[in-house]
Write a protein that binds this ligand. Structure first.
Ligand code: KG4
Ligand code: ZN
Length: 357
């Protein structure tokens, strides 16, 4: 019987040091044998955001231990691993270099194939870790570093339909939280505050809501929130602001997802109406409910990967590694970290003040 591939994944693109081992079983299903994630939240919270040098130092301290733990927990010996898949971008270059150098050295010393992985491709294929999902599908990736609508058409075939032209959505949540005096990362706390607040209390802007297709913009919200925080005094007003902020985000995503559905249907000719929502912000229940209801009314099936596979992890990196391994797509050991590695290389760069719709 043909041996089924076993892949080691390594991730260090931002503030999580992670390693995982996955394999394909006899029924062609993916099994996660181990999935270790070590978060650096405690290191960065006093600074209100990720400090690249501190993040890199922590990756250096932990990468070998985390990888060893992933191998030990998997019950597979290092010798049995067929390939080593490592995040090579996008992300912070000082952080990417740590995982990449470690993974390359391991691959060289073990004489195993090395596969360089795009972190966003990991998020894009993460639902394949726990469900049999056929291409194509529409992906909304909403995390601390990225906010994009992508048509996922096959391995390596990604069409960006929309992206943020300024802040990522998680960043907008974290910045609003900071203005309300909440510790980094404040996204989950905003959700808690919002439960106690009146979402109609403050009227916040919805940047580019009527233009720019399904591209997104959140920077204007931060400015509006800043202005309001200067005037509010009570805890209840803070709850109201959190609720108004969250409701505004729901409204923006609702409208933009409607446009993304239309664009996706045009591409796929209505063949596969599947909508995957991933990234840390996808754990927000109000956002989930709002987008699930929209999907129902538009005949889309909604899939949310479980929370531990939505946020940064190495199992999703190993998942892309597995797909590439099966096609014999390996990389050379001189592969360089690529901090700005886009998934759709044909998509226009849409960031900064010069962007006009
Ligand atoms: O995907 P992720 O874990 O890491 C990145 O790749 O960035 O996403 C982290 C982001 C943070 O900005 C965090 O505040 C946000 O996801 N987040 C949330 C919630 N849980 C995490 N935002 C809103 N509501 C939540 N419940
Ligand atoms: Zn990520």
């Amino acid at each position: 019987m043909e041996k089924k591939p076993i892949i080691l994944g390594i991730e260090s693109s931002c503030d999580e040091t992670a390693a995982a081992v996955i394999k394909e079983n006899e029924e062609d299903k993916v099994e996660i044998l181990s999935n270790i994630v070590s978060s650096q939240i405690d290191i960065h919270k006093e600074f209100g955001g990720v400090v690249p040098e501190l993040a890199a130092r922590s990756h250096i301290e932990k990468i070998d231990l985390i990888t060893k733990k992933a191998i030990d927990e998997s019950g597979v010996s290092l010798k049995k691993i067929d390939a080593i898949a490592v995040t090579a971008g996008p992300g912070l270059i000082v952080c990417l270099s740590v995982g990449l150098n470690f993974g390359k050295s391991l691959a060289a010393s073990m004489n195993k194939p090395f596969i360089a992985i795009n972190h966003l491709e990991g998020h894009a294929l993460s639902p394949k870790l726990n469900s049999k999902l056929n291409f194509p599908y529409l992906l909304l990736l909403i995390s601390g570093g990225h906010s994009q609508f992508l048509s996922i058409e096959g391995l390596g075939k990604y069409k960006r339909l929309g992206t943020t032209i300024d802040d990522a959505l998680g960043e907008a949540f974290d910045k609003t939280a900071k203005l309300l005096g909440i510790e980094f990362p404040g996204g989950p706390k905003i959700e808690e505050y919002a439960k106690k607040g009146n979402s109609k209390k403050f009227d916040l802007p919805k940047p580019i809501i009527n233009r720019g297709g399904c591209n997104l913009s959140f920077a204007g919200l931060k400015t509006a929130v800043l202005k309001i925080t200067k005037e509010i005094k009570t805890k209840q007003e803070k709850y109201d602001l959190a609720a108004s902020f969250q409701k505004t985000i729901e409204d923006i995503l609702f409208e933009k997802t409607k446009i993304a559905f239309k664009e996706f249907k045009k591409i796929t000719k209505n063949k596969n109406n599947i909508f995957v929502i991933a990234g840390g912000v996808a754990s927000n229940k109000n956002i989930r409910n709002c987008l699930t209801n929209l999907s129902k009314s538009e005949n889309f099936e909604t899939i949310f990967p479980p929370a531990n596979l939505c946020t940064d992890n190495a199992a999703m990196i190993a998942m892309v590694g597995l797909e590439k391994y099966k096609l014999g797509k390996f990389d050379n050991l001189d592969f360089k970290p690529n901090p700005r590695w886009a998934l759709d290389e044909n998509a226009k760069f849409l960031k900064g003040a010069g962007v006009k719709f």
